[in-house]
Design a binder for this molecule. Sequence first.
Ligand SMILES: [Zn+2]
Ligand SMILES: [Zn+2]
Length: 225
Amino acid sequence: MYRTETHLHTSEVSACASASGREQAEQYKSLGYDTIIVTDHFYNGNTAVDRSLSWDKWVDGFCLGYEHTKARGDEIGLNVLFGLEYGWNGSDFLTYGIDKQWLKDNGDIINISVQEFCDRVHKHGGIIVQAHPFRKADYISEIKLLPEYTDGVEVRNAGNKEKIYDDRALWYAEQFGLTKTAGSDRHHIGGDKFYGVLTGYEIKDISDYIRAVKENDIAELYISP
Ligand SMILES: [Zn+2]
Ligand SMILES: [Zn+2]
């Protein structure tokens, strides 16, 4: 089985993270992961990239976390793929299948609705996975669900403080027939809970993960011992 991290942050781009891209690559390599997907907080989330920059420059800054992670991954033999975590007033949507050029070409996405954003990602061939939909925290004022716009649900999130948040996410995924995923939401080096997905094939390109979610071809969720 091949193991993939679907949800992690870098300190270059996420204001709440302390691990740099290079450190994240090294951490996951040493833990035995085959692939990691960098999902830093987007413009509408807890970004560390200065929002007063021009859109082009902001996107360059946003992609640095991924680029540093990927450079180190290439050196040590770890697949590193691009994603992002789109914020909607406390609700978070992991987005896969878009890249730096797409972001630059879609400079208006920070001004469109979350539904339009999801539509545009889908039109481009990407997918949306809602992160920790039932987490309770100070920064989340309500539970917001978009089953018609969502391909998958993160039913195990290592950053969730209570098991009931994961149980409710599992219920949601099952009720709506959405693919179940797991992710560590890792912001730092160390910690005892590492999650991810296990597949019978290696996820080398983001298209491999998109297909896995769309076709519900994830063998098992990975939960560290
Ligand atoms: Zn964060
Ligand atoms: Zn996150």
